[in-house]
Design a protein around this ligand. Structure first.
Ligand SMILES: Cc1ncc(COP(=O)(O)O)c(C=O)c1O
Length: 455
Protein backbone atom coordinates (compact mmCIF):
# COMPACT_ATOMS: atom_id res chain seq x y z
CA UNK A 1 0.00 0.00 0.00
CA UNK A 2 1.70 3.19 -1.11
CA UNK A 3 1.79 6.33 0.97
CA UNK A 4 2.97 9.75 -0.04
CA UNK A 5 4.63 11.05 3.08
CA UNK A 6 1.54 12.37 4.84
CA UNK A 7 1.41 12.33 8.61
CA UNK A 8 -0.60 9.75 10.52
CA UNK A 9 -3.56 12.03 11.24
CA UNK A 10 -3.87 12.92 7.56
CA UNK A 11 -3.67 9.30 6.48
CA UNK A 12 -6.27 8.16 9.01
CA UNK A 13 -8.75 10.58 7.39
CA UNK A 14 -7.80 10.33 3.70
CA UNK A 15 -5.85 7.07 3.29
CA UNK A 16 -7.21 4.67 0.68
CA UNK A 17 -10.08 6.99 -0.30
CA UNK A 18 -11.47 6.45 -3.78
CA UNK A 19 -13.83 9.14 -5.09
CA UNK A 20 -17.44 8.13 -5.76
CA UNK A 21 -17.67 8.52 -9.55
CA UNK A 22 -21.49 8.26 -9.57
CA UNK A 23 -22.50 10.84 -6.95
CA UNK A 24 -19.38 12.43 -5.49
CA UNK A 25 -20.26 11.36 -1.97
CA UNK A 26 -17.49 12.71 0.30
CA UNK A 27 -17.92 9.83 2.72
CA UNK A 28 -17.96 6.53 0.83
CA UNK A 29 -21.36 4.83 0.69
CA UNK A 30 -22.24 1.85 2.85
CA UNK A 31 -22.85 -1.01 0.43
CA UNK A 32 -25.35 -3.08 2.38
CA UNK A 33 -25.76 -5.72 -0.27
CA UNK A 34 -25.26 -9.47 -0.19
CA UNK A 35 -24.25 -9.68 -3.80
CA UNK A 36 -23.52 -7.79 -7.00
CA UNK A 37 -25.17 -7.91 -10.43
CA UNK A 38 -23.38 -9.41 -13.39
CA UNK A 39 -24.09 -7.48 -16.57
CA UNK A 40 -24.13 -10.61 -18.67
CA UNK A 41 -23.09 -14.23 -18.96
CA UNK A 42 -19.50 -13.42 -19.81
CA UNK A 43 -19.04 -11.05 -16.88
CA UNK A 44 -20.24 -13.70 -14.44
CA UNK A 45 -17.76 -16.17 -15.90
CA UNK A 46 -14.91 -13.64 -15.84
CA UNK A 47 -15.55 -12.61 -12.25
CA UNK A 48 -15.46 -16.22 -11.14
CA UNK A 49 -12.28 -16.73 -13.15
CA UNK A 50 -10.74 -13.66 -11.56
CA UNK A 51 -10.02 -12.03 -14.93
CA UNK A 52 -12.60 -9.31 -14.14
CA UNK A 53 -11.89 -7.89 -10.69
CA UNK A 54 -15.42 -6.62 -9.95
CA UNK A 55 -17.37 -7.83 -6.94
CA UNK A 56 -19.50 -10.98 -6.80
CA UNK A 57 -20.71 -11.68 -3.27
CA UNK A 58 -20.02 -9.88 0.02
CA UNK A 59 -18.40 -12.87 1.74
CA UNK A 60 -15.76 -12.71 -0.99
CA UNK A 61 -15.45 -8.92 -1.00
CA UNK A 62 -17.43 -5.70 -0.60
CA UNK A 63 -16.45 -2.12 -1.56
CA UNK A 64 -17.14 -0.71 1.93
CA UNK A 65 -15.06 -3.43 3.55
CA UNK A 66 -12.33 -2.99 0.93
CA UNK A 67 -12.20 0.74 1.63
CA UNK A 68 -11.44 0.06 5.31
CA UNK A 69 -8.92 -2.63 4.37
CA UNK A 70 -6.96 -0.12 2.26
CA UNK A 71 -6.89 2.41 5.07
CA UNK A 72 -5.72 -0.03 7.74
CA UNK A 73 -3.09 -1.58 5.45
CA UNK A 74 -1.74 1.90 4.83
CA UNK A 75 -1.71 2.89 8.51
CA UNK A 76 0.06 -0.36 9.45
CA UNK A 77 2.48 -0.08 6.49
CA UNK A 78 1.33 -3.50 5.34
CA UNK A 79 0.92 -4.63 1.74
CA UNK A 80 -2.68 -5.73 2.11
CA UNK A 81 -5.37 -6.22 4.77
CA UNK A 82 -8.33 -8.55 5.21
CA UNK A 83 -11.25 -7.19 7.22
CA UNK A 84 -13.19 -9.74 9.27
CA UNK A 85 -15.97 -9.64 11.84
CA UNK A 86 -13.98 -9.78 15.09
CA UNK A 87 -10.49 -9.92 16.53
CA UNK A 88 -10.86 -13.62 17.19
CA UNK A 89 -11.77 -14.14 13.54
CA UNK A 90 -8.62 -12.23 12.55
CA UNK A 91 -6.35 -14.37 14.73
CA UNK A 92 -8.07 -17.53 13.48
CA UNK A 93 -7.68 -16.57 9.81
CA UNK A 94 -4.01 -15.71 10.35
CA UNK A 95 -3.27 -19.03 12.06
CA UNK A 96 -5.26 -21.15 9.60
CA UNK A 97 -3.44 -19.46 6.75
CA UNK A 98 -0.14 -20.70 8.20
CA UNK A 99 -0.79 -23.92 10.05
CA UNK A 100 -1.88 -27.48 9.41
CA UNK A 101 -2.12 -30.65 11.50
CA UNK A 102 1.27 -31.53 12.98
CA UNK A 103 2.51 -27.94 13.06
CA UNK A 104 3.74 -26.05 16.10
CA UNK A 105 3.51 -22.45 17.31
CA UNK A 106 5.75 -20.61 19.76
CA UNK A 107 3.75 -17.95 21.57
CA UNK A 108 4.35 -15.43 24.28
CA UNK A 109 2.59 -16.55 27.45
CA UNK A 110 1.22 -13.09 28.11
CA UNK A 111 -1.56 -13.00 25.52
CA UNK A 112 -5.33 -12.49 25.43
CA UNK A 113 -7.05 -15.46 27.08
CA UNK A 114 -9.30 -15.99 24.04
CA UNK A 115 -6.25 -16.44 21.80
CA UNK A 116 -4.67 -18.79 24.33
CA UNK A 117 -7.88 -20.85 24.28
CA UNK A 118 -7.93 -20.80 20.48
CA UNK A 119 -4.38 -22.15 20.37
CA UNK A 120 -4.87 -24.79 23.05
CA UNK A 121 -8.44 -25.96 22.53
CA UNK A 122 -9.43 -25.20 18.95
CA UNK A 123 -6.14 -25.54 17.09
CA UNK A 124 -5.08 -28.17 19.64
CA UNK A 125 -7.98 -30.39 18.55
CA UNK A 126 -6.76 -30.05 14.97
CA UNK A 127 -3.38 -31.44 16.00
CA UNK A 128 -1.51 -28.15 16.19
CA UNK A 129 0.76 -27.73 19.20
CA UNK A 130 1.87 -24.65 21.06
CA UNK A 131 4.61 -23.79 23.51
CA UNK A 132 4.42 -20.63 25.60
CA UNK A 133 7.42 -18.46 26.46
CA UNK A 134 7.04 -17.32 30.07
CA UNK A 135 9.14 -14.15 29.75
CA UNK A 136 8.84 -12.78 26.22
CA UNK A 137 11.99 -10.69 26.77
CA UNK A 138 14.03 -13.91 26.92
CA UNK A 139 15.01 -14.37 23.25
CA UNK A 140 16.95 -17.54 24.07
CA UNK A 141 13.72 -19.05 25.40
CA UNK A 142 11.97 -18.28 22.08
CA UNK A 143 14.84 -19.89 20.17
CA UNK A 144 14.93 -22.91 22.49
CA UNK A 145 11.20 -23.56 21.95
CA UNK A 146 11.62 -23.91 18.16
CA UNK A 147 11.11 -27.41 16.71
CA UNK A 148 11.45 -28.69 13.13
CA UNK A 149 7.63 -28.38 12.77
CA UNK A 150 7.41 -24.81 14.13
CA UNK A 151 5.54 -22.62 11.63
CA UNK A 152 4.83 -19.37 13.49
CA UNK A 153 5.76 -17.12 16.39
CA UNK A 154 2.95 -15.18 18.07
CA UNK A 155 2.90 -12.27 20.54
CA UNK A 156 1.10 -9.05 21.40
CA UNK A 157 2.72 -5.61 21.28
CA UNK A 158 1.06 -4.49 24.54
CA UNK A 159 -0.41 -7.46 26.38
CA UNK A 160 -3.12 -6.97 28.98
CA UNK A 161 -3.43 -6.66 31.88
CA UNK A 162 0.30 -6.30 32.68
CA UNK A 163 1.35 -3.76 30.01
CA UNK A 164 4.44 -5.93 29.42
CA UNK A 165 5.70 -4.40 26.16
CA UNK A 166 7.10 -6.72 23.46
CA UNK A 167 10.62 -6.55 22.03
CA UNK A 168 9.29 -6.78 18.47
CA UNK A 169 12.67 -6.61 16.68
CA UNK A 170 14.24 -9.21 18.94
CA UNK A 171 11.39 -11.70 18.61
CA UNK A 172 11.06 -11.07 14.84
CA UNK A 173 14.77 -11.72 14.31
CA UNK A 174 14.54 -14.94 16.36
CA UNK A 175 11.52 -16.06 14.29
CA UNK A 176 13.32 -15.31 11.05
CA UNK A 177 16.40 -17.25 12.16
CA UNK A 178 14.02 -20.19 12.61
CA UNK A 179 12.58 -19.56 9.13
CA UNK A 180 9.07 -18.68 10.36
CA UNK A 181 6.93 -15.54 10.34
CA UNK A 182 6.12 -13.47 13.41
CA UNK A 183 2.41 -12.76 13.86
CA UNK A 184 1.76 -9.81 16.16
CA UNK A 185 -1.51 -8.72 17.74
CA UNK A 186 -1.33 -4.91 17.75
CA UNK A 187 -4.79 -4.30 19.23
CA UNK A 188 -3.78 -2.34 22.32
CA UNK A 189 -1.04 -0.27 20.68
CA UNK A 190 -2.70 0.56 17.33
CA UNK A 191 -0.50 1.71 14.44
CA UNK A 192 -0.49 5.19 15.98
CA UNK A 193 1.73 3.96 18.82
CA UNK A 194 3.74 1.34 16.93
CA UNK A 195 3.82 -0.27 13.50
CA UNK A 196 5.08 -3.82 14.08
CA UNK A 197 5.86 -4.24 10.36
CA UNK A 198 8.50 -1.50 10.66
CA UNK A 199 10.18 -3.60 13.38
CA UNK A 200 10.18 -6.89 11.47
CA UNK A 201 6.73 -8.43 12.09
CA UNK A 202 5.32 -10.34 9.11
CA UNK A 203 1.62 -10.41 9.93
CA UNK A 204 -0.31 -7.99 12.16
CA UNK A 205 -3.76 -8.74 13.56
CA UNK A 206 -6.19 -6.53 15.43
CA UNK A 207 -9.35 -6.68 17.36
CA UNK A 208 -10.75 -3.60 15.61
CA UNK A 209 -13.51 -3.67 18.22
CA UNK A 210 -11.13 -1.82 20.56
CA UNK A 211 -9.12 1.37 19.90
CA UNK A 212 -9.46 1.32 16.11
CA UNK A 213 -13.23 1.76 16.53
CA UNK A 214 -13.11 3.48 19.90
CA UNK A 215 -16.85 4.00 20.06
CA UNK A 216 -17.60 0.53 21.37
CA UNK A 217 -20.50 0.18 18.92
CA UNK A 218 -19.49 -2.82 16.89
CA UNK A 219 -16.97 -5.64 16.61
CA UNK A 220 -14.37 -6.00 13.89
CA UNK A 221 -11.03 -7.58 13.16
CA UNK A 222 -8.28 -7.23 10.63
CA UNK A 223 -5.33 -9.24 9.32
CA UNK A 224 -2.51 -7.22 7.76
CA UNK A 225 0.21 -8.87 5.71
CA UNK A 226 3.54 -7.07 5.52
CA UNK A 227 4.13 -8.78 2.18
CA UNK A 228 7.79 -9.32 3.02
CA UNK A 229 8.04 -12.97 4.15
CA UNK A 230 9.70 -15.17 1.52
CA UNK A 231 7.41 -18.20 1.18
CA UNK A 232 9.58 -19.65 -1.58
CA UNK A 233 12.76 -19.84 0.54
CA UNK A 234 11.70 -23.20 2.03
CA UNK A 235 8.93 -24.45 -0.30
CA UNK A 236 8.52 -27.75 1.59
CA UNK A 237 7.39 -25.84 4.71
CA UNK A 238 4.56 -24.01 2.96
CA UNK A 239 3.21 -26.64 0.60
CA UNK A 240 -0.26 -25.02 0.52
CA UNK A 241 1.38 -22.00 -1.11
CA UNK A 242 3.99 -23.73 -3.25
CA UNK A 243 2.12 -26.77 -4.66
CA UNK A 244 0.50 -26.41 -8.11
CA UNK A 245 -3.29 -25.91 -7.93
CA UNK A 246 -5.76 -26.87 -10.63
CA UNK A 247 -7.77 -23.70 -9.84
CA UNK A 248 -4.64 -21.62 -10.54
CA UNK A 249 -4.07 -23.21 -13.93
CA UNK A 250 -1.53 -25.69 -12.58
CA UNK A 251 0.54 -23.02 -10.85
CA UNK A 252 1.03 -22.41 -7.11
CA UNK A 253 0.00 -19.37 -5.03
CA UNK A 254 3.65 -18.35 -4.94
CA UNK A 255 3.96 -18.75 -8.73
CA UNK A 256 0.89 -16.62 -9.39
CA UNK A 257 1.00 -14.08 -6.56
CA UNK A 258 4.67 -13.88 -5.50
CA UNK A 259 5.01 -12.04 -2.18
CA UNK A 260 1.19 -11.75 -1.97
CA UNK A 261 0.82 -15.56 -1.96
CA UNK A 262 -0.04 -15.81 1.72
CA UNK A 263 -2.55 -12.98 1.92
CA UNK A 264 -4.36 -14.14 -1.23
CA UNK A 265 -4.56 -17.65 0.23
CA UNK A 266 -5.75 -16.29 3.60
CA UNK A 267 -8.45 -14.25 1.84
CA UNK A 268 -9.60 -16.68 -0.86
CA UNK A 269 -9.16 -20.03 0.84
CA UNK A 270 -9.48 -19.25 4.56
CA UNK A 271 -11.62 -16.14 5.19
CA UNK A 272 -13.92 -16.65 2.20
CA UNK A 273 -14.61 -20.28 3.06
CA UNK A 274 -14.99 -19.98 6.81
CA UNK A 275 -16.98 -16.79 6.37
CA UNK A 276 -16.26 -14.37 9.26
CA UNK A 277 -17.53 -11.57 7.01
CA UNK A 278 -18.02 -8.17 8.63
CA UNK A 279 -21.27 -6.35 7.96
CA UNK A 280 -20.49 -3.38 5.68
CA UNK A 281 -22.32 -1.30 8.27
CA UNK A 282 -19.81 -2.37 10.93
CA UNK A 283 -17.00 -1.58 8.49
CA UNK A 284 -18.48 1.91 8.10
CA UNK A 285 -18.60 2.32 11.90
CA UNK A 286 -15.01 1.16 12.12
CA UNK A 287 -13.90 3.67 9.49
CA UNK A 288 -15.66 6.46 11.39
CA UNK A 289 -13.61 5.46 14.42
CA UNK A 290 -10.30 5.26 12.59
CA UNK A 291 -10.66 8.85 11.38
CA UNK A 292 -10.09 10.12 14.95
CA UNK A 293 -7.66 7.41 16.10
CA UNK A 294 -4.56 9.54 16.73
CA UNK A 295 -6.51 12.18 18.68
CA UNK A 296 -8.15 9.61 20.87
CA UNK A 297 -5.02 7.54 21.50
CA UNK A 298 -3.05 10.65 22.45
CA UNK A 299 -5.68 11.50 25.05
CA UNK A 300 -5.99 7.86 26.19
CA UNK A 301 -2.23 7.70 26.76
CA UNK A 302 -1.99 11.02 28.60
CA UNK A 303 -4.93 10.14 30.85
CA UNK A 304 -3.58 6.64 31.52
CA UNK A 305 -0.14 7.91 32.50
CA UNK A 306 -1.70 10.49 34.83
CA UNK A 307 -3.91 7.80 36.40
CA UNK A 308 -0.99 5.37 36.72
CA UNK A 309 1.17 8.04 38.37
CA UNK A 310 -1.64 8.85 40.82
CA UNK A 311 -2.26 5.18 41.61
CA UNK A 312 1.45 4.67 42.22
CA UNK A 313 1.23 7.18 45.09
CA UNK A 314 -1.69 5.53 46.88
CA UNK A 315 -0.86 3.71 50.11
CA UNK A 316 -3.38 0.94 49.36
CA UNK A 317 -1.59 0.02 46.10
CA UNK A 318 1.28 -2.47 46.04
CA UNK A 319 2.17 -2.14 42.35
CA UNK A 320 1.18 -0.41 39.13
CA UNK A 321 1.86 -2.25 35.85
CA UNK A 322 2.27 0.64 33.42
CA UNK A 323 5.36 0.71 31.20
CA UNK A 324 5.26 4.51 31.06
CA UNK A 325 6.36 4.65 34.72
CA UNK A 326 10.13 4.85 35.14
CA UNK A 327 9.89 2.10 37.79
CA UNK A 328 8.41 -0.42 35.31
CA UNK A 329 10.67 -3.28 34.19
CA UNK A 330 9.24 -2.64 30.71
CA UNK A 331 10.04 1.09 30.69
CA UNK A 332 13.06 0.70 28.37
CA UNK A 333 11.05 -1.31 25.85
CA UNK A 334 8.24 1.25 26.03
CA UNK A 335 10.68 4.08 25.34
CA UNK A 336 12.11 2.18 22.39
CA UNK A 337 8.88 1.04 20.74
CA UNK A 338 6.19 3.34 22.13
CA UNK A 339 7.57 6.88 22.31
CA UNK A 340 4.03 8.29 22.01
CA UNK A 341 2.79 6.38 25.06
CA UNK A 342 2.37 2.90 26.47
CA UNK A 343 -1.35 2.70 25.72
CA UNK A 344 -4.13 2.97 28.24
CA UNK A 345 -4.77 -0.62 29.32
CA UNK A 346 -2.87 -1.55 32.45
CA UNK A 347 -3.33 -2.91 35.96
CA UNK A 348 -2.71 -2.04 39.56
CA UNK A 349 -2.77 -4.28 42.61
CA UNK A 350 -4.53 -3.52 45.87
CA UNK A 351 -2.89 -4.75 49.07
CA UNK A 352 -6.30 -5.81 50.39
CA UNK A 353 -6.74 -8.60 47.81
CA UNK A 354 -10.14 -9.58 46.43
CA UNK A 355 -12.22 -7.81 49.15
CA UNK A 356 -10.45 -4.55 48.31
CA UNK A 357 -10.87 -5.09 44.56
CA UNK A 358 -14.57 -5.82 45.06
CA UNK A 359 -15.08 -2.67 47.14
CA UNK A 360 -13.21 -0.56 44.60
CA UNK A 361 -14.99 -1.93 41.53
CA UNK A 362 -18.45 -1.67 43.10
CA UNK A 363 -17.85 1.93 44.20
CA UNK A 364 -16.63 3.60 41.01
CA UNK A 365 -19.25 5.43 38.97
CA UNK A 366 -17.50 6.79 35.87
CA UNK A 367 -15.47 3.64 35.16
CA UNK A 368 -17.77 1.07 33.55
CA UNK A 369 -17.61 -2.50 34.82
CA UNK A 370 -17.05 -4.20 31.46
CA UNK A 371 -15.02 -6.80 29.60
CA UNK A 372 -13.99 -4.55 26.76
CA UNK A 373 -10.94 -2.42 26.03
CA UNK A 374 -9.98 0.71 24.13
CA UNK A 375 -13.38 2.38 24.45
CA UNK A 376 -13.65 6.17 24.75
CA UNK A 377 -15.23 5.43 28.15
CA UNK A 378 -13.04 4.26 31.04
CA UNK A 379 -13.53 0.60 31.93
CA UNK A 380 -12.65 -1.58 34.92
CA UNK A 381 -12.47 -5.36 35.44
CA UNK A 382 -11.19 -7.88 38.01
CA UNK A 383 -9.21 -10.43 35.92
CA UNK A 384 -8.87 -13.10 38.66
CA UNK A 385 -12.65 -13.64 38.79
CA UNK A 386 -13.45 -12.94 35.12
CA UNK A 387 -11.00 -13.21 32.19
CA UNK A 388 -8.52 -15.36 34.13
CA UNK A 389 -11.01 -17.26 36.32
CA UNK A 390 -10.36 -20.42 34.29
CA UNK A 391 -6.71 -20.44 35.32
CA UNK A 392 -5.47 -22.12 38.48
CA UNK A 393 -4.32 -19.82 41.31
CA UNK A 394 -0.75 -21.01 40.63
CA UNK A 395 -1.03 -20.05 36.94
CA UNK A 396 -2.44 -16.66 37.85
CA UNK A 397 0.35 -16.13 40.37
CA UNK A 398 2.95 -17.05 37.74
CA UNK A 399 1.52 -14.31 35.51
CA UNK A 400 1.42 -11.79 38.35
CA UNK A 401 -2.38 -11.73 38.40
CA UNK A 402 -3.09 -11.47 42.11
CA UNK A 403 -6.53 -11.40 43.71
CA UNK A 404 -6.05 -7.69 44.36
CA UNK A 405 -5.20 -6.89 40.72
CA UNK A 406 -7.58 -4.52 38.94
CA UNK A 407 -7.48 -3.91 35.17
CA UNK A 408 -8.22 -0.47 33.77
CA UNK A 409 -8.83 0.72 30.24
CA UNK A 410 -8.56 4.47 30.66
CA UNK A 411 -10.84 6.49 28.41
CA UNK A 412 -10.78 10.03 27.06
CA UNK A 413 -12.81 11.73 29.79
CA UNK A 414 -11.42 14.69 31.78
CA UNK A 415 -8.67 13.22 33.91
CA UNK A 416 -9.74 15.22 37.01
CA UNK A 417 -13.11 13.44 36.87
CA UNK A 418 -11.39 10.08 36.53
CA UNK A 419 -9.16 10.75 39.54
CA UNK A 420 -12.21 11.78 41.58
CA UNK A 421 -13.87 8.51 40.61
CA UNK A 422 -10.79 6.53 41.60
CA UNK A 423 -10.73 8.38 44.91
CA UNK A 424 -14.34 7.26 45.44
CA UNK A 425 -13.15 3.69 44.85
CA UNK A 426 -10.26 4.05 47.30
CA UNK A 427 -12.55 5.48 49.99
CA UNK A 428 -14.64 2.31 49.61
CA UNK A 429 -11.50 0.19 49.87
CA UNK A 430 -10.58 1.90 53.13
CA UNK A 431 -14.11 1.35 54.49
CA UNK A 432 -14.09 -2.32 53.45
CA UNK A 433 -10.63 -3.47 54.47
CA UNK A 434 -9.31 -0.60 56.54
CA UNK A 435 -6.25 1.43 55.74
CA UNK A 436 -4.09 -1.61 55.07
CA UNK A 437 -0.39 -1.39 55.50
CA UNK A 438 -0.15 -0.90 51.76
CA UNK A 439 3.16 0.91 51.82
CA UNK A 440 4.72 -1.91 53.81
CA UNK A 441 3.16 -4.42 51.43
CA UNK A 442 4.47 -2.38 48.52
CA UNK A 443 7.93 -2.39 50.08
CA UNK A 444 7.76 -6.16 50.41
CA UNK A 445 6.47 -6.63 46.91
CA UNK A 446 9.11 -4.29 45.50
CA UNK A 447 11.75 -6.39 47.26
CA UNK A 448 10.13 -9.55 45.89
CA UNK A 449 10.14 -8.06 42.41
CA UNK A 450 13.78 -7.13 42.69
CA UNK A 451 14.60 -10.63 43.93
CA UNK A 452 12.74 -12.16 40.98
CA UNK A 453 14.62 -9.97 38.56
CA UNK A 454 17.94 -10.94 40.06
CA UNK A 455 16.94 -14.61 39.91
C1 LIG B 1 -5.48 -8.33 22.35
C2 LIG B 1 -6.78 -8.90 21.88
N1 LIG B 1 -6.81 -9.61 20.74
C3 LIG B 1 -7.97 -10.14 20.27
C4 LIG B 1 -9.16 -9.97 20.95
C5 LIG B 1 -10.41 -10.55 20.39
O1 LIG B 1 -11.14 -9.55 19.77
P1 LIG B 1 -12.72 -9.60 19.51
O2 LIG B 1 -13.38 -9.46 20.84
O3 LIG B 1 -12.95 -8.45 18.59
O4 LIG B 1 -13.00 -10.92 18.88
C6 LIG B 1 -9.18 -9.23 22.11
C7 LIG B 1 -10.48 -9.06 22.81
O5 LIG B 1 -10.66 -8.73 23.88
C8 LIG B 1 -7.96 -8.67 22.60
O6 LIG B 1 -7.93 -7.96 23.73
Amino acid sequence: MSHDGHGFSTEQVHGGFRPDADHGARVPAVHMTSGFLFEDFDQARDRFAGTDDGYTYTRLGNPTNADVERRIALLERGAEAILVASGQAAVTVAFLGLLQTGDHVVSAQSIYEGTRGLLLQNLGRLGIEVDFVADARDLDAWAAAVRPNTKAFFAETIPNPKNDVLDITGVAATAHRAGVPLVVDNTLATPYLVRPVEHGADVVVHSASKFLSGHGSGLGGVVVDAGTFDWSAAPERWTHLTTPEHALGGRSYVDVHGPRAWVVYARDVIASRIGPTPSPFNAFLLRQGIETLSLRVERHCANALAVATWLDQQPEVTSVDHAGLASSPYHDLAQRYLPRGAGSVFAFTLAGGEPAARAFIDAVELFSRMTHLGDVRSLVLHPATTTHAGRTPAERAAQGIDDGLVRLSVGIEDVADLLRDLERGFAAVRRAVGSTAGREARGASATDRAATQVA
